[in-house]
Design a protein around this ligand. Structure first.
Ligand code: PSV
Ligand code: MN
Ligand code: MN
Length: 393
C-alpha cells in the first residue's frame, strides 16, 4: 500500500472512526428462501438476544453501534427496557422498520389499499412504530411499502399514489422533530405490474411533498440490473434528500447477500460519491444500514464481514486523490481521471484498517477474534430451541 503521510493518515482515520454502520436485527434470525429456511444453531430466541449479537459485532468492529429493529418481529412489552438493554451493551436501537407485508388484510396493499379500513390499520401501524421510536430513542422510521398491482387496470395508479400520500402525511405529522421518515423504493416484488414506490423518483416526489424530515432510502438490491446507483446517490445528495442506505449485494433480484460480495467496485463507486460530498460523518445524516439475510453462512461472522466490506470500500474512497482527480477532470484527461479512481480502488486497505483497529484497542482481525472468543460455542449451547425470526418466520 502506498504510504500515507501522517496528516493524511490522521484525516483518513478520523473519517473512518466517524462512520457508523447499522446492522439489522432480522439478519441475526433464521432466514431462507421461498423454498426452505435452513435453521442454524445458536439463533436468538428473543429481541434481547438479537441485541446481544449486534453488540458483539460492534465490540469486535468498533463501527456498528446501532441495530435496526422490525415490528412486530421485535415486539416486546417494554421498549424503554429494550433500549436500556442495548445501551448497557454499548449499542443503541436504530431505525424502526414497520411490517406492512405479513397480514392477510394486505393482499391488495397496505397504505394504498382500496379499502379505507385496511389503510387505517396500516397507518396505525406506522403511528405505533413512531411511538416505539420515541420509547427507544430512535430517530429513524424506515418505511418500505410492499404495495402494488399485478395486472394493468387492477387499480388506479393515481388513486393509489393519493392514498399513499395521505397515509404518509399522517405519519409524518405525528413524528417528533428529531425523527426522520426514510422512504425506501423497490422496482418489483411482491408485485409484478406496478409497485407503488418503484424508484427513487417516486420516493423523492413523496418526500418533497412531505417535508424536510422525509428522505429517500436507497436499498442497493432494489434496482434493475445495470442501474447506475452512484448517480442516484449523487443526485439525492445534491438535493439534500439522501436519508440512508440499506446495503446488500444482488446478482439477480432482491438477493440480500452480503454487501460488497457481488460487486465491490459498485460499493466503492457509491462510497466515492459519499466521500466526495463529505457525507460520511454522523452530522451528514446519511444512515449506513445493512439489510441482508444470511441463509447459508453463519450469521455473526457474516455480519462482521459485511461491516468490514463497507469499511474497506469507504477507506478506498477516502484514498482517492481528489486534487489529482479534479485536475484530470478539468483537463479532460479521461484515462487519467479514471486511473485516479482505479488506483484508490486497487489499493489493499486491509493493513490500514488493521492499524485503525489496533489504535482503538481492537483486534486487527475481527473475524478471527470472533472465532477465538467462544461466543459462538456459548450461544449454541445456551440458545436451545431458537426460533425462526424475521424472514421465513
Ligand atoms: C423487502 O424487499 C425488504 O427486503 C426491504 O428491503 C425492507 O427494507 C426489508 O425487506 C425489511 O422490511
Ligand atoms: Mn431494504
Ligand atoms: Mn429488499
Amino acid at each position: 500500500m502506498t504510504q500515507l503521510d501522517p496528516a493524511r493518515r490522521t484525516q483518513v482515520f478520523q473519517a473512518l472512526r466517524a462512520q457508523h454502520i447499522e446492522t439489522p436485527s432480522w439478519a441475526y434470525g433464521n432466514s431462507g428462501t421461498r423454498f426452505k429456511v435452513f435453521a442454524q444453531a445458536g439463533i436468538p430466541r428473543t429481541p434481547y438476544e438479537k441485541i446481544d449479537d449486534a453488540a458483539t459485532v460492534h465490540q469486535l468492529t468498533g463501527v456498528a453501534p446501532s441495530v435496526a429493529i422490525h415490528i412486530p418481529w421485535d415486539q416486546v412489552d417494554d421498549y424503554a427496557a429494550l433500549a436500556r438493554y442495548a445501551t448497557d451493551r454499548g449499542i443503541r436501537i436504530g431505525a424502526i422498520n414497520p411490517n406492512l407485508f405479513q397480514e392477510d388484510d394486505y393482499r391488495l396493499g397496505s397504505l394504498c389499499h382500496p379499502d379505507p379500513s385496511v389503510r387505517r390499520k396500516a397507518t396505525d401501524h406506522l403511528l405505533e412504530c413512531i411511538e416505539i421510536g420515541q420509547l427507544t430513542g430512535s430517530d429513524v422510521l424506515s418505511v418500505w411499502v410492499p404495495d402494488g398491482t399485478n395486472y394493468a387496470g387492477q387499480d388506479s395508479i393515481t388513486g393509489r399514489q393519493d392514498r399513499l400520500h395521505d397515509a404518509l402525511r399522517e405519519a409524518y405529522d405525528r413524528m417528533p422533530a428529531s425523527m426522520r421518515l426514510l422512504l425506501e423504493y423497490k422496482f418489483f416484488e411482491p408485485h409484478f405490474y406496478s409497485m407503488d414506490v418503484p424508484d427513487w423518483g417516486t420516493s423523492f416526489a413523496h418526500c418533497l411533498r412531505l417535508g424536510e424530515q422525509a428522505q429517500v432510502l436507497v436499498d442497493t438490491g432494489h434496482h434493475a440490473p445495470g442501474t447506475n446507483i452512484e448517480f442516484i446517490v449523487a443526485t439525492l445528495l445534491r438535493e439534500g434528500k439522501l436519508g440512508g442506505f440499506h446495503f446488500n449485494s444482488r446478482n439477480y433480484a432482491d438477493d440480500d447477500l452480503m454487501v460488497g460480495a457481488a460487486d465491490p467496485f459498485q460499493l466503492f463507486r457509491i462510497l466515492n460519491e459519499i466521500v466526495a460530498a463529505d457525507a460520511l460523518a454522523a452530522e451528514a445524516n446519511v444512515a449506513f444500514m445493512l439489510d441482508q439475510c444470511h441463509n447459508l453462512e453463519p450469521k455473526i461472522p457474516a455480519m462482521i464481514r459485511s461491516v468490514l466490506n463497507v469499511q474497506e470500500a469507504t477507506a478506498k474512497a477516502l484514498l482517492v486523490d481528489r486534487d489529482a482527480l479534479r485536475t484530470a477532470q478539468r483537463d479532460g484527461d479521461v484515462l487519467g481521471a479514471h486511473a485516479v479512481l482505479m488506483d484508490a480502488f486497487n489499493t489493499d486497505v486491509r493493513p490500514l484498517l488493521a492499524e485503525l483497529r489496533a489504535d482503538a484497542g481492537l483486534d486487527p482481525d475481527p473475524i478471527a477474534a470472533y472465532h477465538r472468543s467462544g461466543y459462538q460455542q456459548r450461544i449454541e449451547a445456551e440458545r436451545v430451541g431458537g426460533s425462526a425470526m424475521g424472514w421465513g418466520a
